[in-house]
Structure formats: structure tokens, C-alpha cells
Design a protein around this ligand. Structure first.
Ligand code: B12
Ligand code: SF4
Length: 461
């Protein structure tokens, strides 16, 4: 069987970090297929690195196309699905964060159902951790009379066209690097790009998870946050380090990019991670996510001892009201304090800001711009991206978005240009054009040469 797996680029605007990180979701899915059925041809493709034409060439001759969808690249997935179906690809399956969304309505509406309802080119949808569902699906289609009933996390159409699904299992287990088959991806270009953008950290990195979920999200959660993990669950530290040792053996790894959201939310677990670090891995460098208000002096010490070289912080705003309206749980002071504490310890910061929360005005944007300009004075600020708030479909703010825009409760396509504009016109005191202009201005301050991209035009057009 020939299986092609693609995580396409955003429909509008490229991600600022494309080409630095390999797509772990489809790598994990592809790894399970290859490890289970070594004779199958599995092509794992980072769609951000190729033009649409090149992707179409790679799809030709596939039996099955698997697509990884987030809300921003979903229409790119649909275009590839249409191409595949016009060129004899037998099955197209979609998975990833957008496919896993559940709209917060009463009753809740699963995006998977909307996808199958609207898109005849999509044969099945996997939700949350999709590798086992996909494997079982493929095992069935290899049979003369496939039977998809009972496959957990799989949505499909049965023979009479009705939409069915197996049990839904929420994601609680942090993905492990030992589950990745790295022969499926060439890490060289990623390492080269990483070296340019993160010079203080070894480019011999692997992406991993010390934990999933976020302690703050369990309490309240930032209003725009759409991470797919409902629970804050940590990898057993001993297992984490053993896995790191194995990646070092295989790939000569010197660094781990921890994708768990906000490591800093649980100081006891950070201490446990440090305490369990074996002597032979004491030199290993890390990057991870942190939340400003959680970076106390003690936490900054722990991060330093763990050799965290870059910390990703969502500063989000320099205005107290905006931070409150985004449910951040801290004031701008915490952002300055975090920068200062990390600067003293030589830890670099990748920061991000968001314009467009409820009540955004010229004055509040002015405060955020002031913060951005002041943040530049800290010698440890390595990157500073500014985004425009996108209402993601299962973020806490989706509820109010859907109240104002009930037509979206039946839509699988949440086009970010449309949703963002509707959001701003309903909830902000300044027009979209002004917010976009200011976001560009703040982005131009970014010490990194990689700027965030805005607008309708697609990067390859
Ligand atoms: C690392 C990361 C990135 C990296 C790498 C992205 C990549 N292509 O892999 C970078 C920095 C490049 C990035 C960019 C973006 N990201 Co990002 N990213 C993450 C992060 C932190 C971890 C993702 C990850 O690797 N998870 C581990 C893997 C194993 O899980 P997974 O990808 O979900 O895959 C599993 C399942 O989803 C499923 N699955 C996934 N794909 C497929 C495909 C098939 C065929 C099947 C069967 C199953 C399947 O099975 C997989 C294995 O279990 C998450 C937050 C989080 N904690 O999840 C945000 C997150 C996924 N990103 C998000 C967003 C919005 C983006 C951007 C659109 C940002 C932007 N404005 O440009 C871009 C999109 C770029 C692109 N084309 O993919 C959102 C998605 C929300 C949503 N509703 O869509 C998240 C959830 C963060 C958030 N805002 O809350 N991102
Ligand atoms: S944005 Fe970050 S800090 Fe906020 S709830 Fe999501 S993961 Fe937690």
C-alpha cells in the first residue's frame, strides 16, 4: 500500500517558524504504520516546504492520502483532497487539531461530523491521537469487505451514507520520541534552519513532550487557547530521560524542544524532572513553554539548572485590561519580571503578543506597543512575534463567537480571515485594518528576521 501523509501550509499566511520544526503528528502516524507494516510505502511530507504543484506530484500514485489539519491549513487540506480524488487516490483521511474540535454548543457539535457532512472528498476523520485509528482503518480497507465500526477515534460514513463513529478516547499520554521512526524524515534541513534561529542551542535537537496540557488551562485557561489536551499530565521523569538517552544514541541529540504547554505551571514536576536527570544527560539543553506569572526566582533557577536555553512566553499584551479580557491571570508587571529574571540567568526568550482581544482600542494597543519596544531592551529577547487574535473553534472564546455568529455552528471551514474580521468588528473598538497595521508595525520590531505573515495572499502565490 502507498500512503502519503501531508501537513499542508496555512491557507492564509505562512507560519513564522515553518522549516524549523518537523511535523511530529504525521511523523508519529507514519511511524506506527511503517513499524507495523514495513512493506508499506509511507511518505511523510512537511507541506510547508513544498509548492502545491510539488505536493500534487507526490500524491500521484498513492492509495491513501492522510492530511493533518489545523484550523488555519484546513482549506489547503481540502484542495489536496480534491486533487487526490480527481487522480484515483482511493481514500482520503483527515486528522489533527481541527478534525478533533468539538464546538462548545448545547449539544456539542463534533467538527468530524461537520467535515464528513460537507466534504464528500474526505472518507474518514480521526480525532485526537490518530495513529491507532488510522492503522486500524487501513487494515480494514486492505480487506475485501471493510468494516469500520468499533474503531476508537474514527469517524466514517457507513455503506448507506450515514455518519458513524467509534468510542472517543481523549488524549492524555504525552507522545514519546521513541515512538518516532526517524528514517521517515530528513532532519538535516530542520537542523540547519534551527541553527540560524536559535544559535544559543545545539541544532541536534528532537521535539518531545515532558507533559501534555497546561495547569492554567485546567483552572481557567487563556480565552484564545485551543490546545487539544484537556488534562495536565506529566511523563514519568525516569521514562522521559531514558527516552532522551535513546534519541541521543540514535540521533546524537544534544537538545530537546519540549512542546508541552507551559512546563512552569507545576513546580513540583519541574523539580522531579531535574532530580531524575541522569549524570550522562547533564549537558542536555532544552527549550520549553512558560507562563510569565509562573516564572518566580525559584522557577527561573530550576529552568537554568535544567539548561533551558530558550523559553517561549505568551506575553500577549502590555495592557492590564487586555490581559484580563484574555483570562491570563496576571498583569503586565509579570511580563517584565519574567524577562528580567531570565535575563539575569542568560535564558533567551521567544515572546508573542496578540492584538484583538475584547475591548482592544488605540489606547490598549499603544500600551502593548510600548511593552514591545521596552522588551527589546532586554538582551535576552531573541524573538517577538505579534499575532492577530483568531477565534479557534474549541477555544473558550468560541462560545461568544458562536453566539454572535451562529452560521459557524454548521461550518467545517473556519476561514481565519473571515473569523478574525468578524471577531474584531464585534468585540474591538478599532477596525481590522488598524489592528493589522499595528501588528505589522510591532512585528517589524522582532529581533528575528523571520516575521509573521498577514493577509489574504498565500505565500507561494
Ligand atoms: C509544535 C507545534 C507547532 C510547530 C510544528 C507544526 C507542525 N506542522 O507539526 C510550528 C511552530 C511550526 C507550528 C505552527 C503552527 N501551529 Co502549532 N502547535 C504546535 C504544538 C505546540 C504541538 C503540536 C505537536 O507536535 N503535537 C504532537 C503531535 C504528536 O500531535 P499532533 O500534531 O496533534 O498529531 C496527533 C493527532 O492530532 C493526530 N493527527 C495529526 N495529523 C494527522 C494526520 C492524519 C492522517 C491522522 C490519521 C492523524 C493525525 O494524530 C497525531 C498523533 O497522535 C501545538 C500545541 C499542542 N500542545 O498540541 C500547537 C498547535 C497545534 N498549533 C496551532 C496553530 C494554530 C499553528 C499555526 C496555524 C500558527 C500560525 N498562525 O501560523 C501554524 C500551522 C503550521 C502548519 N501548517 O502546521 C494550534 C492549532 C489549533 C487549531 N484549532 O487548529 C495548536 C493546538 C496551538 C494552539 N494555538 O492552541 N505549530
Ligand atoms: S495559552 Fe498557554 S498558558 Fe494559556 S491556557 Fe493555553 S497553554 Fe495555558
Amino acid at each position: 500500500m502507498n500512503i502519503t501523509l501531508i501537513c499542508p501550509q496555512n491557507y492564509h499566511g505562512a507560519s513564522a517558524t515553518g522549516g524549523i520544526y518537523y511535523p511530529m503528528g504525521i511523523l508519529l502516524v507514519g511511524s506506527l504504520l511503517k513499524d507495523t507494516f514495513p512493506a508499506w510505502n509511507v511518505d511523510v511530507i512537511d507541506g510547508e516546504l513544498y509548492s502545491s504543484l510539488e505536493l500534487e506530484q507526490r500524491i500521484l500514485g498513492s492509495d491513501v492520502l492522510g492530511l493533518s489539519a489545523n484550523t488555519n491549513n484546513y482549506q489547503s487540506c481540502l484542495e489536496l483532497a480534491q486533487f487526490a480524488k480527481r487522480h484515483d487516490v482511493k481514500r482520503v483521511v483527515i486528522g489533527g487539531p481541527h478534525a478533533s474540535v468539538v464546538l462548545p454548543l448545547n449539544p456539542p457539535i463534533p467538527m468530524a461530523e461537520l467535515i464528513l457532512h460537507h466534504q464528500q472528498t474526505i472518507d474518514a476523520v480521526t480525532v485526537y491521537d490518530g495513529e491507532n485509528a488510522f492503522l486500524q482503518y487501513l487494515a480494514q480497507i486492505a480487506k475485501r469487505q471493510p468494516h469500520f465500526g468499533g474503531i476508537p477515534n474514527l469517524w466514517f460514513r457507513d455503506t448507506n451514507g450515514s455518519i458513524q463513529h467509534g468510542d472517543i478516547i481523549l488524549p492524555i499520554k504525552p507522545p514519546r520520541f521513541t515512538d518516532m521512526n526517524f528514517s521517515l524524515i530528513d532532519l538535516t534541513p530542520y537542523r540547519q534552519e534551527h541553527k540560524k534561529e536559535f544559535p544559543a542551542m545545539s541544532e541536534k535537537f528532537v521535539e518531545g513532550f515532558t507533559h501534555v496540557g497546561c495547569a492554567w488551562r485546567e483552572k481557567l485557561g487563556c480565552s484564545f487557547c485551543d490546545i487539544p489536551y484537556p488534562f495536565n499530565n506529566y511523563q514519568a521523569p525516569g521514562r522521559f530521560w531514558r527516552d532522551v538517552r535513546e534519541s541521543r544514541r540514535q540521533l546524537m541529540v544534544d537538545a530537546v524542544k519540549d512542546y508541552g504547554d507551559c512546563l512552569t505551571g507545576n513546580p513540583e514536576r519541574v523539580k522531579a524532572l531535574l532530580a531524575a536527570r541522569p549524570l550522562d544527560l547533564e549537558d542536555l539543553a532544552l527549550s520549553c513553554y512558560g507562563r510569565s506569572s509562573e516564572i518566580t526566582e525559584d522557577m527561573a533557577d530550576l529552568l537554568n539548572q535544567l539548561h533551558v536555553k530558550y523559553l517561549y512566553i505568551g506575553f500577549d499584551a502590555g495592557d492590564a485590561t487586555m490581559l484580563k479580557n484574555m483570562q491570563e491571570g496576571y498583569s503586565p508587571k509579570a511580563n517584565y519580571a519574567a524577562l528580567e529574571r531570565l535575563e539575569r540567568r542568560g535564558i533567551y526568550v521567544t515572546g508573542s503578543l496578540i492584538l484583538g482581544a475584547p475591548g482592544e482600542s488605540r489606547e490598549t494597543i499603544g500600551h502593548t506597543e510600548k511593552f514591545a519596544r521596552e522588551a527589546l531592551h532586554y538582551s535576552n529577547l531573541a524573538q517577538l512575534h505579534c499575532a492577530i487574535l483568531t477565534p479557534f473553534p474549541s477555544a473558550p472564546l468560541a462560545k461568544v463567537f458562536l453566539e454572535r455568529n451562529p452560521d459557524f455552528s454548521q461550518q467545517d471551514i473556519w476561514d481565519s480571515e473571515i473569523t478574525t474580521k468578524r471577531w474584531i468588528s464585534s468585540f474591538c473598538e478599532v477596525p481590522h485594518e488598524y489592528i493589522e497595521e499595528k501588528a505589522r508595525e510591532i512585528n517589524s520590531l522582532n529581533p528575528s528576521s523571520r516575521k509573521r505573515y498577514f493577509g489574504l495572499q498565500r505565500p507561494q502565490d
